[in-house]
Design a protein around this ligand. Structure first.
Ligand code: C2E
Ligand code: CA
Ligand code: CA
Length: 632
């Protein structure tokens, strides 16, 4: 804002301007002479009208005004001047002759400041003039100071207004910025909350996730025995066959199903003190707090089983969930959540291996078992190098002729301290640890080498002799499985028409896409294919239709119950009929009695394998077994 200023009045330094009004020229002369000598600027007027004209031209600092004049007298002139704003402040000193009647009262009433009598006493005149001029100067200074003050005041007021405005603006900006900041903070808090939610929850099921459970368990485990008032338990639920849903109906359908399972569990199972979490993939976990009685845990497992029994409808299909549960009953003795998970997992494995239990409570035997597995795992890594493996050959008999059609190769492990370890024990471990990959290739190589030796010895015999080799899913899924197989075939120079690979139906169902690709490549090479352990997995014969399979091997759990009049017989008979309709031949595994063999033969089963004919044999025994029984 522009600051008000006052132009400095330079007139104060100039000589004072005095107007003398008198009709007597002598008086005028005397007074003007005297005053000019004193340094004043003097103007003169001989009557009222001249005086007013002179004043109008330039305002004098002081007027010496004669009273008695022809025309306008001194009083009149004075009155006139006092009435005008511009002239009212000019000090007027009346001049009158001593002998004249002088109304002093009137003179002062009209605004005169002083009077002088004629004849003049010069020192008196000078003193009175100088006094009045000083007074007038002081008044002017006062007025000027006053004006300066006024300006100062208005400047201050203006400054205050400006400051107030600035303050107001500042406050406005503070308010604005504060609300901006508040909005920003709110937004950040929202993002923070969202991030936290994502960290602790699974987006698919909307359930707390594994991290949440770890955090929760860590807190519980850190409580002192006094603080931890009661026991807690953990159930891990592992849904099986989700992969099939993913592979057959698509990943989206699989996700949908998972969300539905989570939703059903949430609405039917969750209660106070039961926390449900999505543990990862197709696993859920239930944390039970404040347990009074471990029976509640088993009851809960049964309730979960009932809850998941009814089918789920996904894309207009009914889907039943298969699952197992591992239970750690009293978790308070654990140090880390991971240890509880490990034991729950071991219990799940045990439940999976059992055909009758959908849940398993973890106990010491499972732990010992796990330790043994660990030992086997360690030893397995060395066994290949140390050449502790060898192959056995179990004859496969043609039921029609009673002659040997070929052998199934079965691996054996001669452990340096533990003796012979059955493949049922070490193959699953080899699969878990991927050791099955080098081991499987060694077996395949060994079997092909043996086949090439036998082929040479059986030269010119136009026979259908086959060697069957078990191939695990892990091997089958290897990108370069066919490549490696080709290499072995090349190395050993076998006639591939005599080679048959045994794979399980589980492999076909769970890896349909891979199975399709690999099987077509096998077919292109005229290598034969058998479905092993048929009946223990999905038993979805219609599904098998799409795969160009040669042989179906009915699992021995059905065959060895053939004697009893039960469901097993029905299943075997039905399987045979269906397999034949699809153009497969059938091998019945685990034939132990004459009756079983005869029954199977009656039903048109082509081949049989089992202790009734021969146990798995070493190379020499197998070779000796062969000629007298070879089927053409
Ligand atoms: P599998 O492929 O079903 O093999 C047949 C199993 O049944 C063999 O057990 C055999 O000894 C047994 N068996 C044959 N006839 C009878 C019988 O009349 N009664 C009874 N009770 N058992 C009979 P083994 O050799 O212990 O093998 C068990 C499983 O280990 C095999 O089942 C197979 O899944 C796996 N395995 C064995 N050798 C290999 C292999 O070289 N590679 C792979 N990947 N797995 C193998
Ligand atoms: Ca087999
Ligand atoms: Ca089998």
């Amino acid at each position: 804002m522009e600051k008000a200023t006052l132009a400095t009045n330079k007139s104060t330094v100039l000589p004072n301007d005095i107007l003398i009004v008198d009709d007597t020229p002598d008086n005028l002369r005397l007074l003007s002479k005297t005053l000019i000598r004193e340094g004043y600027k003097v103007r003169c007027a001989i009557d009222g009208s001249m005086a007013l004209l002179t004043i109008k031209t330039k305002l004098p600092d002081l007027i010496l005004l004669d009273i008695n004049m022809p025309g306008m007298d001194g009083f009149e002139i004075c009155q006139h001047l006092k009435q005008s704003e511009s002239t009212k402040d000019i000090p007027i000193i009346f001049v009158s002759a001593l002998d004249e009647i002088f109304d002093k009262v009137r003179a002062f009433e009209l605004g005169a400041v002083d009077y002088i009598s004629k004849p003049f006493q010069i020192p008196e005149v000078l003193s009175r003039v100088s006094n009045q001029l000083n007074l007038q100067n002081l008044r002017k200074q006062l007025i000027q100071k006053n004006q300066l003050l006024q300006i100062e005041i208005s400047n201050r007021i203006a400054a205050e207004v400006e400051i107030r405005q600035l303050n107001f603006d500042l406050e406005q900006r503070v308010v604005q910025r504060t609300s901006q900041l508040t909005a920003e903070i709110n937004e950040r808090q929202k993002i923070q909350k969202k991030l936290e939610y994502l960290a602790w929850n699974d987006t698919l099921t909307g359930l707390p996730n594994r991290l949440w459970l770890i955090e929760k368990l860590t807190k519980i485990l850190s409580l002192t025995p006094q603080e931890a008032k009661s026991q807690f338990s953990l159930i891990i639920l592992d849904c099986n066959r989700f992969k099939i849903v993913n592979d057959s109906l698509g990943r989206q359908a699989g996700d949908k199903l998972l969300a539905m399972v989570g939703e059903r569990l949430k609405s039917e199972i969750i209660a106070q003190d039961i926390h449900l979490t999505h543990f990862g993939e197709d696993k859920f976990a239930f944390l039970l707090e404040n347990l009074e009685d471990t029976n509640c845990v088993i009851e809960l497992a049964q309730r979960i089983q009932q809850c998941l029994s009814p089918a789920f409808i996904v894309e207009q299909r009914e889907i039943f969930i298969a699952f197992n549960m591992g239970i750690v009953l009293d978790s308070s003795s654990y140090l880390k959540p991971e240890d509880i998970f490990r034991d729950a997992d071991l219990a799940i494995q045990k439940a999976k291996n059992s055909s009758s239990n959908y849940y398993q409570v973890f106990d010491a035997t499972i732990q010992n078992n796990a330790l043994e597995i660990l030992e086997i795992e360690t030893d397995l890594r060395l066994a290949l190098k140390r050449q502790e493996f060898y192959l056995n050959y179990q004859p496969i008999i043609c039921l029609h002729t009673g002659k040997t059609r070929g052998f199934e190769t079965l691996v054996r492990w001669q452990h340096p301290h533990k003796g012979l370890i059955s493949p049922g024990k070490f193959i699953p471990i080899a699969e878990q640890t991927n050791l099955i990959l080098p081991l499987g290739m060694w077996i395949l190589h060994q079997a092909c080498q043996q086949l090439s030796i036998w082929q040479e010895q059986l030269v010119n015999q136009e026979n259908l002799f086959t060697i069957s080799v078990n191939i695990s899913a892990k091997q089958f899924e290897q990108e370069d499985f066919i490549e490696q197989l080709d290499q072995i075939i090349d190395d050993t120079g076998i006639d591939v028409r005599h080679l048959k690979l045994e794979i399980t139906e589980t492999l076909l169902m769970e890896n349909a896409a891979i199975a399709d690709r690999v099987i077509n490549q096998l077919k292109a090479r005229q290598i034969k294919l058998a479905i092993d352990d048929f009946g223990t997995g999905y038993s979805s014969l219609s599904y098998l239709d799409r795969f160009p399979v040669d042989t179906l091997k009915i699992d021995r759990s059905f065959v060895n119950r053939l004697d009893e009049k039960n469901q097993a017989s029905t299943i075997v008979k039905a399987t045979l009929d269906l397999a034949h309709n699809l153009g497969f031949n059938v091998v019945a595994e685990g034939v132990e009695t004459q009756e079983q063999a005869e029954q199977l033969k009656d039903w048109g089963c082509e081949f049989a394998q089992g202790f009734f004919y021969a146990k798995p044999l070493d190379v020499q025994s197998a070779w000796q077994f062969l000629p007298k029984n070879l089927a053409n």
